[in-house]
Design a protein around this ligand. Structure first.
Ligand SMILES: NC(=O)c1ccc[n+]([C@@H]2O[C@H](COP(=O)([O-])OP(=O)(O)OC[C@H]3O[C@@H](n4cnc5c(N)ncnc54)[C@H](O)[C@@H]3O)[C@@H](O)[C@H]2O)c1
Length: 373
């Protein structure tokens, strides 16, 4: 018998499944009697109510903007443990939320009638290796809090994974959705753990878990948070600032990358896909794949005098050498129609244009094709 307080969606999903242990720490009396199915046959479906954790990093603010356009500003709540800049604070709801604080997260979800949870908090690859204990806490303990809350509250839960979820024994060119995954970083280990826990809870308890393995994401107006692919953002800033870039990876290190616009659109389209479209719960998504030398060459079509030197950093080079060079994303393309827009030339043109605009706004000069003095 399923408890009567489960919403209809969860009742359907969980019919043949056992309930998780944290469910039994809830007395039915604690569950609001207003906790009814989100919509009935006669009422139009409500917009989702979205909470984004770790929302002040490279990806959260842009995704919030896109979701707010689609579903209304007040329906998308950004959260983080950092103080938001004024423009973010003034652009829509923001709350403090530490993913290690289960009770506070639960309160936010319940009080705001959250239906979709986008879990972005994480320590990324290079930062995680420098602080393994903290990475384990945020990426694994925080994940467990979020999984339990998603299950208790029948949420659609999106957690991004990464090229870092693969390791040296995985096929690298291309890496398929399903293959050996033995990553050698705490970041990768925690992301494989997230993929497996989410899928386990989906199959056992009907959790609506959704996961995309993002490539390295390239954005002009937000700074990357300490990953191995960060060079592919910095090169554009340095190209316009000084005309010289010193790369911490070897010139021939090929990695999958994606423009942030494609990343946000993929996330929205995947969140909107109906359950029957999804043959998997964790998908690779791909756009472009390039080496530092190839992106430098493409930038030189705009800034011919860009000079790039290479000083490989042992930690980040070792990480990059264990990651896929390309992603096979054929399942995402087939199941829910994924298709990127930005190839390398479009990505480079867009990045240079956006950073030029930023520099102009801040009254900073941009080196337009001048030789480095
Ligand atoms: N950016 C990429 O290239 C990339 C690639 C693959 C996957 N991803 C994944 O996408 C997600 C978002 O990435 P990002 O680049 O925006 O990351 P980021 O490092 O830029 O931001 C992460 C945010 O998490 C917050 N955070 C840290 N500890 C927290 C805590 N205890 N509680 C709540 N928030 C906390 C930080 O303050 C930060 O704002 C991550 O899960 C990451 O693994 C990103």
């Amino acid at each position: 018998m399923l408890p009567g307080w489960l919403c209809q969606v969860c009742r359907n999903r969980a019919r043949w499944h056992h309930l998780p242990s944290r469910f039994f720490s809830w007395s039915p009396r604690q569950i609001s009697r207003w906790n009814k199915p989100e919509s009935t046959e006669s009422s139009p479906p409500e917009n989702p109510r979205v909470l984004i954790t770790g929302g002040l990093g490279q990806l959260g603010v842009g995704l919030a903007q896109l979701l707010r356009k689609q579903y209304g500003t007040d329906n998308v709540i950004l959260s983080d443990v950092k103080k938001p800049p004024a423009e973010v604070f003034n652009s829509g709801p923001f709350v403090y939320a530490d993913v290690l604080d289960y009770k506070n997260l639960r309160e936010l979800i319940v009080n705001n009638r959250i239906t979709w949870l986008v879990h972005y908090s994480a320590l990324l690859s290079a930062v995680g290796e420098a602080n393994v204990a903290l990475a384990r806490q945020i990426n694994i303990t925080g994940l467990h809090n979020v999984l339990d809350l998603a299950l208790e509250n029948c949420l659609r839960l999106f957690i991004p994974s990464t090229i870092g979820a693969f390791g040296p024994s995985s096929p690298r060119d291309p890496a398929p959705d399903l293959c050996v995954q033995r990553p050698r970083t705490i970041y990768g280990v925690s992301k494989v753990h997230a993929e497996l826990m989410g899928e386990y809870l989906h199959h056992k308890h009907g959790l609506d878990f959704r996961c995309l393995r993002y490539p390295g994401i390239i954005s002009a107006d937000t700074q990357p948070g300490g990953g191995t692919t960060d060079y592919a953002v910095q090169i554009f800033h340095d190209a316009l600032r000084t005309g010289h870039f010193d790369c911490y990876l070897r010139a021939d290190t090929r990695l999958p990358m994606m423009h942030i616009g494609d990343c946000h659109r993929a996330t929205l389209e995947f969140l909107q896909a109906s359950e029957c479209q999804l043959s998997l719960r964790t998908y690779n998504i791909a756009a472009v794949s390039f080496t530092p030398e190839e992106v430098a060459q493409e930038i030189r079509t705009h800034l011919p005098h860009l000079r790039v030197t290479y000083t490989p950093d042992l930690v980040r080079q070792t990480i990059a050498d264990s990651w896929p060079m390309r992603f096979d994303d054929s399942n995402a393309r087939r199941d829910w129609g994924w298709k990127p827009v930005f190839g390398l030339p479009e990505l480079v043109t867009d990045m240079l244009g956006a950073i030029r605009e930023q520099r102009a706004r801040e009254d900073l000069p941009a080196r337009e094709g001048l030789p480095v003095s």
